[in-house]
Design a binder for this molecule. Structure first.
Ligand code: FMN
Length: 218
């Protein structure tokens, strides 16, 4: 267990009890693959307002986990670019990057804030890995546009799209219907494009699963 003051950073799926100052911030992590390739992956991180320390919870099957374990460093980004988040959630996405200064890694050229980090502790005992990292350099690129319901809807849809293997297809489609209203009411072109991209993806996945004759279970 890692405690900072009275704060428990060791929680399982949520931020945990006694962690009033913590929240899970959704962002994008860049890591470097074994061939030197840049991996761009949406990930939530437990953070506090100071953002000096991050706790990531990648699944053991994720490239982010593999890369962080091998290289010990990455960059966490705060961004409002939900189109990139959607694309990167369900496949390999490309984006302009710049070399990080304090770690062997890459900073997204178009992001709001970035946090270059080094891995300090790696716990592989749970279903999801627990990676505690310290921020060694941070910076700002541009302002965060602001709250927008369509952007939130795309983030939710992207998370659902990464769970097609273990969530019932009907449940995903119902959620998408609800989220679609927010996108059409409040979204701009990037949000609509991101949502349509995710809709196509989950439909394809459902068809693929049906074709395989597999029963999709919760
Ligand atoms: C907003 C958001 C947050 C996510 N957070 C996590 C996370 O904390 N841990 C995780 O393993 N996957 C998370 N995912 C799913 C990964 O992005 C997805 O599985 C991705 O394909 C992993 O890419 P990688 O294999 O390059 O690491 C999240 C997805 C989204 C859209």
């Amino acid at each position: 267990m890692v405690r900072i003051g009275c704060v428990d950073w060791s929680s399982g799926s949520g931020v945990g009890e006694g962690s009033e100052n913590l929240l899970i911030l959704e962002g994008i992590v860049t890591t470097v693959g074994s061939a030197g390739d840049v991996r761009i992956s949406p990930m939530g991180s437990v953070v506090d307002a100071g953002m000096e320390r991050l706790v990531l919870r990648p699944y053991p099957t994720s490239s982010t986990y593999e890369n962080l374990k091998r290289s010990g460093a990455g960059v966490f980004h705060v961004t409002d670019d939900v189109l990139l988040m959607a694309r990167a959630a369900v496949g390999r996405a490309a984006a302009a990057v710049e070399r990080a200064e304090r770690v062997d890694g890459y900073v997204l050229a178009d992001c709001c804030r970035f946090y270059e980090f080094e891995v300090r502790e790696l716990d592989e005992t749970g279903e999801r890995m627990r990676i505690e990292a310290h921020v060694v350099r941070s910076g700002r690129k541009r302002d965060f546009l602001g709250f927008n319901r369509a952007k939130f809807a795309v983030v939710e849809a992207a998370i659902l799209a990464t769970r097609t293997e273990f969530l019932a297809a009907e449940m995903i489609f119902e959620e998408f219907e609800r989220l679609a209203v927010l996108v059409s009411k409040t979204g701009g072109a990037p949000e609509r494009e991101a949502f349509a991209f995710l809709e196509r993806y989950v439909r394809r996945e459902a068809q693929r699963t049906a074709a395989l004759g597999e029963e999709v279970v919760r």
